[in-house]
Design a protein around this ligand. Structure first.
Ligand SMILES: [Zn+2]
Length: 473
C-alpha cells in the first residue's frame, strides 16, 4: 500500500438558524414549513426604503452560543454588507458581521475513538439567511420565507484532520446548541448547514496547500463522504505533480462526487462595506453576566452526572446525546430506581421503535415507561412480554397495566399451573429427557425452551427451569 504522503487540513463553516420567533431584521415569523412567500415584508424582500432593525433575542442567543463555545466577546461588533448578485438575495447584499464579529477565539473538545482533542473556533458572527431556492426541471422557484431569518455562522480554525473529526465536531455543536435552546439544529430542515474547507499538507511541511470549499453537505454522511472524496482527488493531483485550483465544489449526492460550482471569489470580490442602517452592537459586562447565568446543564455536565449515578461512560454518552432523551431518562428514574435497567431499555428497545428521538416525550410518558420496567423488575412479566407491551404502548398510547391485561401477558408463576405445564413438556419429549440423563446439558435448555413455548412466553423461565430440574432428579 502507498504510504500517505499528505495530511488533511479541514475547516468547517457551520450556519445555524436561531430559535427566534421573528426574523433578524424585521418582524416576520421565522417558523419553518409555512406556505411559501407568506412570511415576508418590505424589509426581508429588499424593497427600496425599508429599514432593518436588529432583533434583540437573536443577539441574546448568539451571545449565549459564543459563551458556551468558550469564545471571547467583542464589546463592540459591527455589521457589513456582503455584496453578491444572486436570486436568493433580493437586496443584492447580505447583512453579516465579517470584519467585526460578535465573538472570536473559542474552542470545544471533541472525542473520536476515545481520544480527546480541542478544536479552535476562529469566529462566531450574526448574519441573515438567504431565500430558499427550489430547483425543478429547468426552472427555479424561490421561497422568501427564509430570507432574513437570523443565523450564526461558526467558523473553525483549520484544525480538523479527518472526516470523523469533522462529524464529531458538528455533532458536538449540535448537541450544545440544542441543549441551550439556541437552535433546533435540524440538518434535514436546513436549520443547521455546513460547508467544509479542505486542503492537503505534505507531511513535513508547515505551509498549507490550496484549499477548496465543499458545499451542499446536507447530512453528516454527505459531509464525511465529500471530505474523503475531495482529499483523494487533491492527493491524486499532487502526486501527479499537478496543482489544486481554489474553487467551490458542490457535493452531488446521487453521483457520489464533487462537482465544480464556481471559482472562488476573494473577500475583495464581495465588496464588503459597513451597513449604514444598523448601529454598532455594544455588549457590556453586565449583559454578558446575565446571559452567562442562563447557561447551565451543558451536555458534558449531564454526562458526568449520569456517570456519578452509576452508568458507564459509554451509556452516559448515549443517554446524554439528545437533550429530550436525557430529560426522559431523568424523569423515568424518579419512578423506577433501577438506573441501569432504565438505561438499557432506553438505548435498546425504546430507540429501536422511536421514529424521532427528539420527540420521545410525545410518544411515551416517563411514568408509564417506568411502570413497565417495574413490572419486569418484579418478575410480573418476562422481558420478552415487556417488549411486546412497549411496542403497543407506543402504537396505542395505553398504559402498561391495561395492555398487560388486554394481551394476557401476566407471567405464569402460579405453581400449580406451571407444574401441569412442565409435566406436559416432559411427557411429550421423552428423547430429550433421555438425553439429559445421558449427560447432555443442552437437553435441559431445550426442555425449558419448550415450556416457554407452550406457555406462549408467559412462564417465568427461572421457575420453569427449577421445576423441570426437580422432576428430573
Ligand atoms: Zn420581513
Amino acid at each position: 500500500m502507498m504510504k500517505n504522503k499528505y495530511k488533511k487540513v479541514i475547516g468547517l463553516e457551520i450556519h445555524v438558524e436561531l430559535n427566534t420567533a421573528s426574523k433578524v431584521f424585521c418582524r416576520c415569523s421565522s417558523a419553518f414549513g409555512a406556505q411559501p412567500n407568506s412570511q415576508v415584508c418590505p424589509t426581508c424582500l429588499g424593497l427600496t426604503g425599508a429599514l432593518p432593525v436588529l432583533n434583540e433575542k437573536a443577539v441574546n442567543l448568539a451571545l449565549k452560543a459564543a459563551l458556551a463555545l468558550n469564545c471571547k466577546i467583542d464589546p463592540c461588533s459591527k455589521f457589513d454588507r456582503k455584496s453578491y448578485f444572486y436570486p436568493d438575495l433580493p437586496k443584492g447584499y447580505q447583512i453579516t458581521q465579517h470584519y467585526k464579529p460578535i465573538a472570536k477565539d473559542g474552542y470545544i473538545e471533541i472525542e473520536t475513538e476515545g481520544e480527546k482533542k480541542k478544536i479552535g473556533i476562529a469566529q462566531l458572527h450574526i448574519e441573515e439567511d438567504a431565500a430558499r431556492q427550489i430547483h425543478k426541471d429547468d426552472h427555479t422557484l424561490i421561497d422568501f420565507n427564509r430570507a432574513g431569518v437570523g443565523l450564526i455562522e461558526i467558523v473553525t480554525k483549520p484544525q480538523l484532520e479527518t472526516a470523523e473529526e469533522a462529524k464529531a465536531f458538528v455533532l458536538k455543536i449540535k448537541k450544545i446548541l440544542q441543549y441551550l435552546n439556541i437552535s433546533d439544529c435540524k440538518m434535514e430542515e436546513g436549520s443547521l448547514r455546513c460547508d467544509a474547507n479542505i486542503s492537503l499538507k505534505a507531511e513535513n511541511s508547515h505551509s498549507l496547500g490550496t484549499k477548496t470549499e465543499l458545499k451542499n453537505l446536507n447530512s453528516l454522511k454527505s459531509l464525511q463522504k465529500a471530505i474523503d472524496y475531495e482529499a483523494k482527488r487533491q492527493e491524486e493531483l499532487l502526486l501527479s505533480k499537478m496543482s489544486v485550483t481554489q474553487q467551490t465544489l458542490k457535493w452531488d449526492e446521487s453521483r457520489n462526487k464533487c462537482v465544480v460550482m464556481r471559482t472562488k471569489k476573494s473577500a475583495a470580490g464581495y465588496r464588503y462595506f459597513p451597513e449604514p442602517n444598523i448601529p454598532p452592537l455594544f455588549i457590556n459586562e453586565e449583559f454578558i453576566k446575565q446571559v452567562k447565568a442562563t447557561i447551565s446543564n451543558l451536555p458534558d455536565d449531564e454526562k458526568d452526572r449520569f456517570i456519578k449515578l452509576g452508568l458507564s461512560s459509554k451509556d452516559a454518552l448515549v443517554i446524554s446525546e439528545i437533550r429530550e432523551v436525557s430529560n426522559f431518562f431523568k424523569e423515568t428514574i424518579k419512578y423506577c430506581d433501577d438506573i441501569q435497567l432504565v438505561a438499557n431499555w432506553i438505548k435498546g428497545e425504546l430507540f429501536r421503535h422511536l421514529s424521532d428521538k427528539e420527540r420521545i416525550s410525545e410518544q411515551l410518558t416517563p411514568k408509564d415507561f417506568a411502570s413497565l420496567l417495574n413490572y419486569v423488575k418484579r418478575g410480573d412479566i418476562t422481558a420478552q412480554s415487556a417488549k411486546k407491551v412497549l411496542k403497543q404502548m407506543l402504537a396505542q398510547k395505553k398504559s402498561p397495566k391495561v395492555l398487560i391485561e388486554e394481551l394476557d401477558l401476566a407471567q405464569l408463576s402460579n405453581h400449580k399451573t406451571l407444574n401441569k405445564l412442565v409435566e406436559e413438556v416432559l411427557n411429550q419429549n421423552h428423547n430429550s429427557v433421555k438425553d439429559y440423563y445421558n449427560g447432555k446439558d443442552k437437553a435441559l435448555e431445550y426442555l425449558v425452551g419448550q415450556a416457554m413455548k407452550l406457555s406462549k412466553g408467559k412462564a417465568n423461565p427461572k421457575t420453569a427451569r427449577l421445576l423441570i430440574l426437580e422432576k428430573l432428579q
